[in-house]
Design a protein around this ligand. Sequence first.
Ligand code: ATP
Ligand code: MG
Length: 552
Amino acid sequence: MTDFIREIVEEDLRNGTHKTVVTRFPPEPNGYLHIGHAKSICLNFGVAIEYGGHCNLRFDDTNPEKEEAEYARAIVDDVHWLGFDWGGEPLHASDYFDQLYAWAEHLINAGLAYVDSLSADEIRAHRGTLTEPGKESPYRNRSVEENLDLFRRMRDGALEDGAAVLRAKIDMASPNINLRDPVLYRIKHEDHHRTGGKWCIYPMYDYAHPLSDAIEGITHSLCTLEFEDHRPLYDWLIENVPVPWRPRQYEFARLNLNYTVMSKRKLLRLVTEGHVRGWDDPRMPTIAALRRRGYTPASIRNFAERVGVAKRENVIDVSLLEFSLREDLNLTAPRVMGVLRPLRVVIENFPEGESEEFESPNNPEDASMGTRKVPFSRVVYIERDDFMEDPPKKFFRLAPGREVRLRSAYFVTCTNTIKDDAGNIVELRATYDPATRGGDAPDGRRPKATLHWVSAEHAIDAEVRLYDRLFNVEDPEEGGDFLAHLNPHSLEVIEHAKLEPSVANAPRASRYQFERLGYFCVDRDSSAERLVFNRTATLKDTWAKVSGAAGS
Ligand code: ATP
Ligand code: MG
C-alpha cells in the first residue's frame, strides 16, 4: 500500500536526493507506548524496511525524570514485540548533550541566541497572541560576551531554576508563534537517568529534535501534524547550526481511536488513580495491554496498514482493530471448548463411571493444525444461556423435551429440570442417542442447535476475565472530565469457568478460540495451580448492533 510519505521517499530515491532512507521513532520515555505510537512505529520501521534503509529507536530523553528507566525498558520490549529492530542499542538524545551544548554556543557567537533573564510568566506575557505580535525582551540585545558568560554560568550551576533561559533570536513579530524567540535551554537542577548530575541545563524538545535528526543522518523525519507549525523552527535550526546533515520533517495525521483516551498524561491518571490494574491492564490502549490481552503483532501491523497514512485527522472505530485481530486469530488460534457459566447436565442413559473420547479438529479451516482428544462422560456442563425452561419462539437451543447436538459428540434430549428450594435451575437431566456418535444421525435428522460442552469429570477450573470498552462514550474527552465516562462494567471476572482438559498445560500468552464464545489468551497471572484467561475478543462485533458503530 502506498501513501504520500512513501511517494515522497520513492521520489527522493528515484531522483537521487537520497541514496538510502533513514527514519527514526523518537518516543519520550515518560509512559508506555499506545496504539497511536504503533501507527508511527509501523510507518517509520515499515518505510525503512520497504526501501532497504534503516530506522533508529531514539529516546527523546531531554527531560530529566525519575521513572524513565522502567518506561524505556517497556518501549524497547514493545517495539521488538511488534516485530521491528533497530540493530544494536537504542539511541538517546541525551547522548548528544555535549554536541547540542556546543551548537548553542555557536548560535550565541553568531548573534542568533541570547540569555533571557525574564521569568517564565514574563516571557509568556511578552509572547503576544495569534493576532498580536510579541514584545522583545529587554535582555534581547545582550552582547555575545555577556551571553556566553551567562550561558556558561547557567551550565555551571550558578543560577537557580527559572532564573534564565537561552532563547533563539529570530523574530518576536513572526505570525508563527514558534518563531518568536523560542526557548532552547532551561535550567533544571535535577539528575538525569543517563547523564546523572553532569548537567543542570537541559535542551528543549524543539531544539534537540532537529539536531538529533541531523546527527543521525535522518532523511525523512516523520511526525504528527501538531508539529507542522514547528517545522519553520526545525528548518531555521538546520539552516543556522553547522550540522553534518540536513534532515527534513514531514507530518502525517495521528491515529485517533474512539472509546478510549491516548494522551500519556490521561493514561497515567488511569493507572495512578486505580481505575485500571496497571499500564498493561488489558482494557488499556497501550501496546503492553493489547499484548497481554491476546492481540498478535500481525493484527496490530495489519490494523496500522488498514488505517493508512494521510494528512487529515479522523477518528478510527475501535472495531476495526478488533476486526484485524479476528482475521488473524481465526487462522491461527486452535479451537477448544470451554463453558463460562456452567449448568450440569446428567445424561441418564450413559453408563456411570465410563467415558469415551472424540477426535476434534484444532482448526476446521486448517487441517495442518491437527486434532485433539476431547473426553465425554455421563455428566457434562453446558452454558447456562443455552437452556431455557420456557423458550420464546426464536430460541432454538436446549429446552425441556428438545433435542440438540453436543459438538462432535452426541445428540441429547432434555428430559427433566432440577431446581433448588428457591426455584433456580441447578441441573438438567437428559438422554443421549448412541446412534449419533460424532454428531450425525443415521436417519438424517438435524437438531436446530449445536452446543459447546465440557465433561464435568475431566474439566479444569479456570478464572476468565471478560473485558468491555473502558469508556462508554465514543469521545471520553468531550465535555471535560474523561473519568466521568468510565464504563463501570468494563471488567467481569468469572471465577469458575470449566474448560476441556487439553488446555491444562497451556503456556502463558497462548491463544485459543473457545467455540462459540470468542478468542481467549492465557494471562500472566496464571500459576501452576490456576489458569487465568483473558477474553481477547468476542467472535463477532457485539457493539455494532448496539451502537451502530461501523465495522471495517
Ligand atoms: P503524549 O502527547 O500522549 O505525551 P506524545 O505524542 O508526546 O504522547 P511521544 O513519546 O513524544 O508521545 O511520541 C513518539 C512519537 O509517536 C512521536 O513521533 C509522535 O508523533 C508519535 N505519536 C504519538 N501519538 C501518536 C498517535 N496517536 N498517532 C500517531 N503517532 C503518534
Ligand atoms: Mg511528544
